[in-house]
Design a protein around this ligand. Sequence first.
Ligand SMILES: Cc1cc2nc3c(=O)[nH]c(=O)nc-3n(C[C@H](O)[C@H](O)[C@H](O)COP(=O)(O)OP(=O)(O)OC[C@H]3O[C@@H](n4cnc5c(N)ncnc54)[C@H](O)[C@@H]3O)c2cc1C
Ligand SMILES: NC(=O)c1ccc[n+]([C@@H]2O[C@H](COP(=O)([O-])OP(=O)(O)OC[C@H]3O[C@@H](n4cnc5c(N)ncnc54)[C@H](OP(=O)(O)O)[C@@H]3O)[C@@H](O)[C@H]2O)c1
Length: 465
Amino acid sequence: MAPQTNNALPLQVAIIGGGPAGFYTAQALFRARPDIQVDLYERLPSPFGLVRSGVAPDHQKLKRPIRLYEQIAHHTNFNLMANVTVGVDLPIAALSQCYHAVVLANGTESGRLMNIPGEHLSGCHSATTFVGWYNGHPDFRDHVFDLSHENAIIVGQGNVAIDVCRILTKTVEELRHTDIAEHALDALAESRIRQVYLVGRRGPVQAKFTYQELKELTELSACALETPAEELILNPASEAELAKSDGATRGRVRNYETLKTVAIESLSTKPRRCTLRFFLSPIKLMGDQRLQQVIFERNCLTGTVGQQAALGTGEYETIECGFLLSSIGYQGTPMTGVPFDSAQGIIPNQQGRVLDNDNPVPGLYAVGWVKRGPTGLIGTNKADAKETVTALLSDLSNHTQSIRTGLAGILPLLKQQSIKVVQFSDWQKIDQIEIERGLVKAKPREKFTRVADMLSVVAAESNNP
Ligand SMILES: Cc1cc2nc3c(=O)[nH]c(=O)nc-3n(C[C@H](O)[C@H](O)[C@H](O)COP(=O)(O)OP(=O)(O)OC[C@H]3O[C@@H](n4cnc5c(N)ncnc54)[C@H](O)[C@@H]3O)c2cc1C
Ligand SMILES: NC(=O)c1ccc[n+]([C@@H]2O[C@H](COP(=O)([O-])OP(=O)(O)OC[C@H]3O[C@@H](n4cnc5c(N)ncnc54)[C@H](OP(=O)(O)O)[C@@H]3O)[C@@H](O)[C@H]2O)c1
């Protein structure tokens, strides 16, 4: 192929992953070069990543960014290629051949393991699985959670831990008019969980949850919040962390003030109770096939202000429990043909340029959680996408480019495997029917939770005249 200058070429870019990072990347590309062609590959028939399958069903307002993603999807030069798993249906090498650049926005889909004995016991789950299950993610549709025990433990004190705690402690009436999956609502209606322990390995000042989320836990209609007063006692370094003047401090101070208001054993007559516990690390899960007890080691804090870590004291505490969710963060999964840092669970990169043994891989980029790790809000991915797109466009403008086929080179590969590509107009049909199914139950939508069901909607609609 004859090389041409970049200005003469329609640039072809493939994005892998239809979550916030993927859509913000498309937006940044269109803003910089409206003539660019963007094809976004998503493994599920439904787009929007964790905004659809992570954000809690009782937080509908936080799903608003979807409206922006819909606008981006309507750009003339945008194609949604959903129901295509890159690395399985399509090798990354095929995409690299057909596009000038490939941007990995495939997120971090697995839950981190605690790596302690007994983690395999029935009754112990990752919060990732539980979140996917109640949000109707097809991967978790058939997972079974036994909610017949009185005591539950959540390990970790981030916002995901608070989300799953709310879902376990809200009444069915409080959840009924959200977009929670029907199978989850049915199972939660039978739940016998009465006591939830929300356990952190460090102290109240180091907890990762935000004030708004903690405040919501104090306002639950059927669950009282409490924390042992002695666990709110601060060491000098924690006092200094609280007193430090930066943006994060305001939230920490408000959290601490709120915790002080619930720092007594609750005398509430509410049927459920949530107890926030601090300075405890799970070290062993016990039980005969099923989880029955969790052994924790009590910690103290060590290290300098802002860098304090948990250190075991050699004192132990046992809590009886039949249901445990570990909510200690997410991690990425390796994709064939793409460098992977298994220690951090992300794709190694520098400002979005994928690195292989410290050298940039030409034409390969990363964005979002798979680029920087599983932290940050939906909006955080916008600036992140801008950084990756800046690197991408600067690389492309520094080199002469050959013409790339884009989609034309990919479609035959998908056809050979009889893969049904779900385009944005197909998704809109699925979306519409989900909304209609929800209307009769006064829910924002009743999600399809099986890939086959979503594909049959598309097939049925395309048979209609
Ligand atoms: C439980 C939970 C609740 C959250 N709630 C909030 C909230 O209320 N407010 C807020 O601001 N932030 C929230 N966040 C954070 C927010 O969801 C993330 O910042 C954001 O989703 C990360 O975007 P991403 O695009 O990198 O990853 P994701 O959203 O995970 O998107 C990745 C996409 O890639 C697709 N994919 C994966 N592998 C492949 C493949 N091989 N081929 C093709 N496609 C693939 C996935 O299906 C997915 O659609 C929450 C996070 C979690 C985990
Ligand atoms: N409503 C919302 O806005 C919302 C909702 C959900 C998620 N999110 C965002 O999504 C991101 C991910 O949330 P997240 O809750 O998964 O992660 P997170 O905020 O990083 O919290 C992880 C928690 O797990 C603990 N932890 C990690 N490893 C551990 C171990 N080995 N043993 C015991 N505890 C361990 C951490 O403790 P240490 O601090 O000691 O490491 C921390 O308490 C965050 O940025 C969050 O704000 C936002």
